[in-house]
Each structure stands twice: as C-alpha cells, then as structure tokens.
Design a protein around this ligand. Structure first.
Ligand code: GDP
Ligand code: MG
Length: 177
C-alpha cells in the first residue's frame, strides 16, 4: 500500500516448515543475523525475524516465521500459516525420512492457505555430502512435480541461504506487483 512518503511499501509473511532438526531455525538465523548455532535447541521466544531487501528500488520487507519446535508434535497451528504468501519447505539431505515428509508438509500448507504461496523446496545440510541420503536429482524432480522452486543449502557454511530466501521474496513481489 501507500507509505508515508507516497512510495509503495511491501511486507510479506514467509513461513519455514519441515521436520524437526532439519535446520529451519539455523537457516533463519543465518539469513537474518549471519549466525549458526551448532546446538539443537527448540526456538524460544522469537516468533519471526524481519529482513529487508531492495527490488526495483523499493524496500521489500520479509517477515520470516520460525516454528517454536511444535513440529515435533505434528501440530503447527493455523495461526502460524495465517497470511503467509511464501514458504520454505525444508528437509535434511542426510536424512531420508525428512524428505519423505515433504508431501505431508505441502498438504498442511495447502490446507491453511487461501492465496498464492511462493514455495521453495530446500534440501539443507548440503555440507554433509559424505553422508548424503537424498540425491540432488530426487530433490529437483519432486520440486518439478509439485511446481516448487528448489535449492540445496547449508546453514552451516552459508551455501545458497541468502539466495533461497531472496528467490522466494522476489517471486512474492512478482505475484503481487
Ligand atoms: P530445526 O529443528 O529444523 O529448527 O533445526 P535446527 O536449526 O535447530 O538444527 C538442528 C541441528 O542441525 C542443529 O544441531 C544444527 O546445528 C544442525 N544444522 C542445521 N543446519 C545445518 C547445516 O546446514 N549443516 C549441518 N551440518 N548441520 C546443520
Ligand atoms: Mg527450530
């Protein structure tokens, strides 16, 4: 909508979903604060982080939501999804079970969304090549079949993290402008 200066203002809600311990919280902390936490702990307190980028000379803000660990109980609330226009669906390339869950997460996302959602399938922990359990090709073909963007990332060494978020943000911008 119109901002105070007469320019357009954009604020997009993006959710990160996927099984427990795939690296959702670390993808967000890497993107928003350039931080990585080697200790797995349920996210406490912070519901979302806001990150800005510039597109077409306009400031575009992404409000990126992280689960508070409730995915462990297979019950991410509808409030979490409400108003989301972008989603990162994350699995761990070293744990096939997390890849097998992607369909369930896509279903849940669909159930809770009433608008077009820019969706990116993210194969995280690509630094763990030696214990890879899901090939790049499998990730790609699932993404193609479901009409998702696809990227392998590493929150540990930063590979493609910024890129993954920015592709989603750009796609949302394209959807609404
Ligand atoms: P979440 O439950 O999906 O939020 O996952 P976390 O972000 O808490 O990460 C779970 C565990 O995986 C933690 O021990 C992280 O340090 C580790 N981790 C997260 N991202 C990566 C990554 O890209 N590479 C590696 N090797 N470990 C990661
Ligand atoms: Mg987490």
């Amino acid at each position: 909508g119109e901002g105070e200066g007469g320019g357009e203002e954009y604020l997009f809600k993006i959710v990160i979903i996927g099984d427990s311990a795939v690296g959702k919280s670390n993808l967000l902390s890497r993107y928003a604060r350039n931080e990585f936490n080697p200790n797995s702990k349920a996210t406490i307190g912070v519901e979302f982080q806001t990150q800005s980028m510039e597109i077409d000379g306009k400031e575009v803000k992404a409000q990126i939501w992280d689960t508070a660990g409730q995915e462990r109980f297979r019950a991410v609330t509808s409030a979490y999804y409400r108003g989301a226009v972008g989603a990162l669906i994350v699995y761990d390339i070293s744990r096939r079970t997390t890849f097998d869950s992607v369909g369930r997460w896509l279903d849940e996302l669909k159930t809770h969304s009433d608008t077009t959602v820019a969706r990116m399938l993210v194969g995280n922990k690509c630094d763990l090549e030696t214990i890879r359990d899901v090939s790049v090709e499998e990730g790609k073909s699932l993404a193609e079949a479901e009409g998702l963007f696809f990227m392998e990332t590493s929150a540990l060494d930063s590979t493609n993290v910024k890129k993954a978020f920015e592709i989603v943000i750009r796609e949302i911008y394209n959807n609404v402008s």
